[in-house]
Design a binder for this molecule. Structure first.
Ligand SMILES: [Zn+2]
Length: 311
């Protein structure tokens, strides 16, 4: 789908996101690491006690990390590349976290640090994450000059809208609102647009930060998971949009809608209809722009679908 130069928009090819579920068992001084993929090529590795753990993920993907701890910690928190990695209890002595790899993160090894806090002590786990370069491809478009060079009023409107979206992401809901697996929000055809580098009349534009799903006008759009409606607004580039907060810094976005069926502040269930597919804003045909934002990372929303979460 053709997009005008929306700064929120950023795009990629329909290759299956690599999702790694890591079970990190900490028993005394030894621990094992198991990297799971939901596909048939399930990989498992283990490490010698004390040797560094290494995970791999491509730009724009999500890692599902599970950490096994001893006893009853008060909290488990993490950081990766200065971004927050909130952990949540999964079961006894097991904590999970979703780690976002931004689509523009440098392809190199970084360190994820998890801090496990007990009433009387703190322990740390350091995990190396190798970010692997992804070739998102590019899209070159030629449009009439007046469609590319915007007037001052449109630029100002867009700047204000971007600020509003930033404010939505700046808030942090400390409760995890999702529990079951994420679902694809619309019955349509994914266009493989995530991460795509765009050029309009030869001028470089922002990378496309979501996936475009082609669907007929009026097709119902469902909430990918349970959450809180944080924004329902009509923006210059992205048109009528809904942003859902799933807690712990995870948001999903639904743009270019024809209609919205929810209001700001409302709690929604997984699969609840939140709107219908349209072509509002700067879209050339009916489709859903579906985006995901995870604690500062712009990730491919289809990474959510591949997470090894109970259906
Ligand atoms: Zn899009």
């Amino acid at each position: 789908m053709l997009h005008y130069p929306g700064s929120l928009h950023v795009t990629r090819d329909p290759l299956l996101p690599l999702v790694v579920a890591l079970l990190l068992s900490v028993v005394g001084s030894s621990f094992g690491v198991y990297a799971e993929t939901p596909s048939a090529d399930r990989a498992a590795t283990s490490t010698e006690a004390g040797s560094p753990l290494l995970l791999k993920a491509k730009q724009g993907q999500i890692i599902y990390l599970k950490l096994q701890v001893e006893g009853q910690p008060v909290s488990v928190t993490g950081t990766f590349r200065d971004r927050r990695v909130p952990f949540f209890p999964v079961q006894d002595s097991e904590f999970g976290a979703l780690v976002g790899i931004d689509m523009t993160d440098q392809a190199k090894v970084g360190e994820l640090m998890a801090e496990i806090t007990y009433p009387d002590r703190t322990s740390e786990r350091r995990i190396h994450v190798r970010v692997v370069h992804e070739d998102f491809g590019e899209q070159r478009m030629t449009l009439p000059k007046d469609k590319v060079d915007l007037d001052a009023a449109s630029l100002q409107r867009n700047a204000l809208e971007q600020e509003k979206v930033k404010a939505v992401f700046a808030a942090f809901t400390s409760e995890r609102l999702w529990s079951q697996a994420f679902i694809v929000p619309v019955d349509g055809i994914p266009m493989g647009a995530f991460g795509r580098k765009r050029f309009l009349n030869g001028q470089p534009r922002n990378q496309h930060s979501g996936e475009d799903i082609s669907a007929a006008l009026g097709t119902p759009v469902k909430a990918s998971n349970a959450g809180l409606v944080k924004m329902v607004d009509d923006h210059f580039f992205s048109g009528l949009g809904v942003i859902l907060d799933h807690g712990l810094g995870l948001y999903t976005m639904y743009f270019h809608l024809d209609s919205a069926k929810v209001k700001e502040g409302e709690r929604v269930a997984r699969g609840q209809i939140i709107g219908t597919v349209g072509q509002s804003g700067r879209a050339t045909g009916p489709h859903l722009h579906w985006g995901a934002w995870l604690n500062g990372s712009r990730v491919n929303p289809f990474s959510l679908i591949k997470l090894p979460i109970e259906p």
